[in-house]
Design a protein around this ligand. Structure first.
Ligand code: PLP
Length: 371
């Protein structure tokens, strides 16, 4: 059975540029980048080159990139910049790596303001403005650029301008946006979280990129790596892969994703013809269809499509395997909608044949469920 992979928001296959860069680094970049001898210096060069590529993608200077283990750690680090006495403003729409960190910070005595969640999943400028005006300083607004489940795009530019005018900082979780939508749709923030595996680099590495002076407070101790902000020996081989993927993402990533919109529309049309409903109005990322399928629960649908060789999702991958429906969709549309959600996320390897296979499989599954 051929694999039809339509879950690119969960992760993406390694691109050959990243694989090649890692193969080269594995040969001569395996040293400890902190060692002063030639093996260490060779690894350091891979790390430095990767840092420059990630900085260019994020739109910051090289020295303002902190390598992390991925998007989750980057979000954790960014939020922990706020200590007791300050305010974090965010919403239940965010990825669990933001929501759970905010809850842990609340338990530690930090004031967290939870913004109201509109049904279309787009934060309202008036609500954000009201929350930021009331908040004790220092104040950090944490928001995503592109939603991990619906693909909805937030008005990042407007909200960053508003927050800065009010003296607040903004962290943008750009894990689902970088390399997929134009950088203007997530630029301007004080810090940005990126994950290599969402843009066809290796897993286990990501970055927190920030403006000068807006770096994180360390939450780990024990070494000078990453300017002491994230101690621990860096993986120069993974970084080489991330750097190559970041370069590729910067060079035409959003155009390649924009070209997927007709395929996404075809997948969506096939589902709508079978009675599904679309949840996300524009503006939205070009590669994600988020649908409600009343006839069958999201979990059952994902399992049935898997048996047909089609990989999709009913919630974020981090929530997969648990019976919990997506908290973000629950906040937007209620628990019933969350239990009947289907996320189809296309990527650079998606073909028209994949969409045909998806449409045929979905028709078979829905027909069986109605029997
Ligand atoms: C919006 C968003 N933020 C953060 C993360 C976490 O990234 P990672 O898997 O690299 O920890 C994800 C992963 O799905 C995500 O979609």
């Amino acid at each position: 059975m051929t694999l039809v992979y339509l879950d690119h928001n969960a992760t993406t296959p390694l691109c050959s540029a990243a694989a090649d860069a890692m193969a080269r680094a594995r040969e001569d970049g395996w040293g400890n980048p902190s060692s002063v001898h030639r093996a260490g210096r060779a690894a350091r060069r891979y790390l430095d080159d990767a840092r420059a590529e990630v900085a260019a993608l994020a739109g910051v200077s090289d020295r303002d990139v902190v390598f992390t283990s991925g998007g989750t750690e980057a979000n954790n680090l960014a939020l922990r910049r706020i200590e007791r006495g300050g305010t974090l403003v965010t919403s239940a729409l965010e990825h669990p790596s933001v929501v759970a960190t905010a809850r842990a910070m609340e338990a530690d005595g930090v004031t967290v303001v939870w913004l109201p969640v509109p049904a279309d999943g787009r934060l309202l400028e008036a609500e954000v403005g009201a929350a930021l005006r009331r908040a004790a300083r220092p104040c950090l607004l944490s928001m995503h650029a592109a939603h991990h489940e619906t693909g909805a795009l937030q008005p990042v530019t407007e909200l960053v301008a508003l927050a800065h005018a009010l003296g607040a900082e903004v962290h943008v979780d750009a894990v689902q946006a970088a390399g997929r939508v134009p950088p203007e749709s997530w630029r301007g923030a004080d810090s940005v979280a990126l994950a290599s595996h969402k843009l066809r680099g290796p897993k286990g590495i990501g970055a927190l990129a920030h403006l000068p002076g807006k770096g994180p407070r360390p939450v780990l101790w024990g070494g000078p790596q990453e300017r002491g902000l994230r101690p621990g020996t860096q993986d120069a081989i993974a970084a080489a892969g991330f750097g190559a993927a970041a370069r590729r993402a910067r060079e035409g990533g959003s155009a390649r994703y924009q070209a997927l919109a007709p395929l996404r529309d075809a997948a969506e049309a096939a589902a709508l013809a079978l009675g599904a409903r679309r949840t996300t109005p524009a503006p939205r990322a070009p590669h994600v269809a988020h649908l409600l399928v009343d006839a069958i629960s999201g979990d059952a649908l994902v399992a049935a499509l898997d048996l047909e060789g089609v990989c999709v999702s009913s919630g974020s991958a981090c929530a997969a395997g648990t019976a919990e429906p997506s908290p973000a969709i629950t906040a937007m549309l209620g628990a019933d909608a969350a239990a009947h959600s289907l996320r189809v996320s296309l990527g650079e390897t998606t073909t028209p044949e994949d969409i045909d296979a998806f449409a045929a499989a979905l028709a078979r599954v829905v027909a069986r469920s109605l029997k």
